[in-house]
Design a protein around this ligand. Structure first.
Ligand code: 3PG
Length: 209
């Protein structure tokens, strides 16, 4: 369910969404983002190195709240918990994922892209939801339109967010934080350009005023 998510997301502002190909990049990358002022990070389960990367960050950087993303089923959820994730993020939900999350102490931030999906998750007790894919699913106008009828839900829009539009999302009352990959693009990680990643993180960290 969502125990503790209300403590994690509001302090995040911007959540870097990370694709980590090599375990050895995990600590310098997380350290670079932390130095830039971002301390809530999501590692997507899209690489073989992802879970080990989460374990390293959870074990060595206690200031970081580390979560997993691209959680698609109960196995992903359990492996995330075993790796020390503080929260898990899914792009959407299935019945089986919701059942698995019910008995899990680590909070789930479930994805929704439509009014009915948001309503269904809210009915299941999910006040905090990932709005995904944010830009493709209607972006800022969509979130403004549903703020009235679905006034109690708070979103973390992710997907297509950039330095150009992040502030517009963060200005909305129903947005608690935004997620995105722009602070740690693969090319910079491959080059181990931690200084540039810290610079981008610093820019992102001040977007929420
Ligand atoms: C993803 O699917 O990787 C995340 O939603 C991030 O999307 P972005 O690369 O558009 O920021």
């Amino acid at each position: 369910m969502q125990k503790n998510i209300a403590d994690i997301l509001p302090v995040a502002g911007v959540v870097p969404v990370l694709v980590i190909e090599h375990q050895k990049d995990a600590l310098p990358l997380a350290g670079a983002l932390l130095e830039g002022g971002l301390r809530v990070l999501e590692v997507t389960l899209r690489t073989a190195a992802a879970l080990e990367a989460v374990e390293r960050i959870a074990g060595h950087l206690p200031e970081v709240q580390i979560g997993t993303g691209t959680v698609l089923n109960g196995d992903d959820l359990r492996r995330s918990v075993d790796s020390g994730a503080s929260f898990v993020v899914s792009p959407g939900v299935t019945e089986r994922l919701l059942v698995a999350a019910q008995d899990c102490d680590v909070p789930l931030l479930p994805g929704a892209a439509s009014v009915s999906e948001v309503m269904r998750l809210f009915e299941h007790g999910y006040r905090y939801q990932k709005f995904f894919p944010a830009q493709a699913a209607g972006g800022v106008p969509m979130l403004k339109s549903i703020a009235g009828p679905l006034a109690d839900v708070r979103f973390c829009p992710t997907g297509g967010i950039s330095p150009d539009n992040a502030a517009d999302y963060l200005a909305l009352d129903n947005v608690v934080c935004v997620g995105g990959s722009w602070m740690a693009p693969s090319a910079l990680v491959r080059e181990k350009n931690w200084a540039e990643i810290t610079r981008l993180a610093k820019q992102a960290a001040v977007l929420r005023t």
